[in-house]
Design a protein around this ligand. Sequence first.
Ligand SMILES: NC(=O)c1ccc[n+]([C@@H]2O[C@H](COP(=O)([O-])OP(=O)(O)OC[C@H]3O[C@@H](n4cnc5c(N)ncnc54)[C@H](OP(=O)(O)O)[C@@H]3O)[C@@H](O)[C@H]2O)c1
Length: 298
Amino acid sequence: MERRRLGRTGMEASVLGFGGSEIGYQRASLKSVERLLGGALDAGLNVIDTAECYEDSEELIGRAVGERRGDYLLFTKCGHARGEWRADWRPPALLRSIERSLKRLRTDRVDLVQLHSCSLDVLKRGDAIAALETARERGWTRFIGYSGDGAAAKWAVESGRFDTLQTSVSIADQEALDLTLPLARERAMGVIAKRPIANVAWRYARKPAEPYYQDYWERLRALDYPFLRGKATGAVRTALRFTLGVPGVHTAIVGTTKPDRWRENAALLGDGRLPEAEREAIRARWKAVARPDWEGQI
Ligand SMILES: NC(=O)c1ccc[n+]([C@@H]2O[C@H](COP(=O)([O-])OP(=O)(O)OC[C@H]3O[C@@H](n4cnc5c(N)ncnc54)[C@H](OP(=O)(O)O)[C@@H]3O)[C@@H](O)[C@H]2O)c1
């Protein structure tokens, strides 16, 4: 598994990471998470991303692989109470959230804490960022980051106060390629691609009932990339290699609940490079079809 330096953090991250929201929201069992993460770590995974609000995700990760803490870089997020989408960006609440995360993850320090998609106004106020800086001073985290999209992500990059940016990058979400990634790269920030295979939203023949998948499903219908009509594994392979070929992207945190999925995707990646002509065709199609309101999806 290829590793890339996560910008100025100096951390060496596996290009294929693990996104921890699905195991929480879809109530994966401890047994399946043990198999999933244990097998993936053995096969070269070293990036695990989660958040306090992803239901049991942190707890499952801590219980499944807490004893192998030295084998992976651990990223979490704060700002939303567990199990809800209600935000609290006040510094004491953020610090309490980070303390809870450490307990659940069975560690005394994570590698990265990210503000979980707070608004531009919250960012500008500055006290939420200061809370993360306090956590870093206290040794609870090595680095701090912003996770989000659009104008807030742009401001976060320009502020110079974050070590990393986690943002949506995929065949169905290309705003960041012009809006934030060039500057993030210039500033040597670590970049984590979230939703990197657009939730494989093209797998649904009809519009999915789950609102989280609907925007990407609609966009992909309009984009109608020819490779999506081919074999399912070939399409995932192209989508993943597109994201990992975007300049400045260091790791793609694909979410799954399936015990063998990470290893299957690692095998699909191959040498990780999408031929230039295919990359250009995806970019050209996006530029021709994308509507102005196709913003980065949280
Ligand atoms: N605001 C934020 O900070 C924010 C927002 C969204 C996401 N995130 C982070 O980004 C991570 C990834 O996002 P995501 O999970 O929404 O999107 P994603 O990684 O683009 O898509 C995950 C979906 O793809 C499916 N999948 C994976 N490999 C596949 C394959 N080879 N063939 C068919 N289906 C496949 C998975 O289903 P199976 O279960 O069947 O494998 C899962 O439903 C999250 O876990 C989270 O850590 C952060």
